[in-house]
Ligand binder design. Structure first.
Ligand code: DGJ
Length: 358
């Protein structure tokens, strides 16, 4: 029989060994220069990457990954009837990389405002899906994000600016674009430097796309309604060979559902659905994940990475990242699962080859 203290030490040892094994496998997944979706991903300091619902800006040779810094403690918003799991808003984190595999933590670049109870970025609020674009004419980095209150009824888009990609960003305001609700959102900057905010509106029933002002800090009156009454969210917009592609999810809270990929000749639409881009096992649930961004890999002719979040609603900080290459064979673009694959480095051309599972 093992004495209680020894039992305690043994179980502590078991936990330490298990944690070390998990950490080792996570380190291997990224340090080996490959992407292993759904694993725990560590930064260069060996800490879990905390950048959910994120997007990536490529600027002067560096990838900047911005995301939601989730708090340690997940709880259900008191008094809210639906599955309203959340953490305190921890602001927006930033990690940098030159190869998409090794990430250096740059800190919280948009800090929550702990001083003012009524601030839109107070920890009691919701700060989700931050995206950053660079404005060439002003030299500013502009961040837009979904801001909400504890029960998601406020439904506004927040904007912040910085002179540096690693902040600190200064929160300016949050708005209802053209008086309309705004929840899940993304940003898209076109080749002509015009930028757009894409957001779930009208109680999440209809997606909107609105052109931003030349400084990217305001929404203009020019907007279109997309997928009217179809309840789409989690938008991720990209452009390839003159066509615009928009990945969205259905609206089922933190739970996964089937993705849709739509195509248009003009950025503001009309968009035509091509159906679910995902292929293979669990394609109907987007590999248990939800879209957040599509990254064109810098210096490559035709490589795009679809970024998804695999939410863990009962422990949101432990939500995982699912990054998969988009294939452009004949017909509609497709996304297949790959256990481990290597992102192309600048200079590569053509499609991304998924490597065999290890
Ligand atoms: C689904 C959205 O896509 C997430 O960003 C988050 O807002 C959850 N809903 C909240 O339930």
């Amino acid at each position: 029989m093992i004495p209680t203290t020894s039992k305690h030490n043994l179980s502590r040892l078991t936990r330490l060994v298990a944690a070390a094994l998990i950490a080792a496998s996570a380190t291997t997944a990224l340090a080996a220069g490959s992407i292993a979706s759904g694993e725990r991903w560590l930064d260069r300091e060996g800490k879990f990457i905390n950048a959910h619902g994120g997007g990536i800006l490529y600027h002067e040779g560096v990838y900047y990954w911005y995301g939601e810094a989730k708090g340690d403690f997940t709880y259900r918003s008191p008094g809210v009837g639906w599955d309203c799991y959340r953490t305190d808003a921890g602001g927006v984190s930033c990690y940098t990389s030159t190869d998409l595999c090794h990430w250096t933590y740059r800190g919280i670049v948009l800090e929550p405002d702990t001083m003012h109870t009524f601030s839109d970025i107070h920890p009691t609020m919701v700060i989700e899906r931050p995206k950053v674009i660079y404005n060439r004419s002003t030299g500013k980095f502009v961040m837009w994000m979904h801001i909400d209150n504890h029960n998601y009824e406020k439904a506004v888009a927040g904007v912040a600016v910085s002179d540096s990609p690693t902040g600190k960003f200064r929160f300016i305001e949050s708005v209802r674009p053209n008086g309309q609700m705004s929840r899940d959102m993304t940003l898209f900057k076109d080749d002509d430097e015009q930028a757009y905010l894409v957001y779930s509106s009208e109680g999440n029933a209809t997606l909107h796309i609105a052109q931003l002002s030349d400084d990217y800090q305001h929404v203009t009156a020019r907007y279109e309604r997309l997928f009217i009454g179809q309840s789409r969210e989690a938008p991720a917009l990209f452009k390839r060979q003159g066509k615009y592609y928009l990945i969205t999810s259905g609206c089922t809270g933190w739970d996964p559902n089937e993705a849709d990929l739509a195509v248009a000749d003009h950025v503001m639409g009309p968009y035509t659905s091509l159906g679910n881009p995902c292929r293979g096992p669990h394609a109907d649930k987007t590999f248990f994940a939800q879209s957040t961004h599509v990254l064109p890999v810098a210096g490559t002719a035709d490589c795009f990475i679809a970024m998804f979040d695999r939410w863990n609603k009962r422990n949101l900080i432990d939500s995982r990242y699912v990054w998969l290459p988009i294939r452009f064979d004949a017909g509609a673009p497709t996304i297949s699962w790959a256990d481990v694959w290597q992102p192309p480095q600048a200079g590569a051309s053509g499609h991304v080859a998924a490597v065999a599972p290890h």
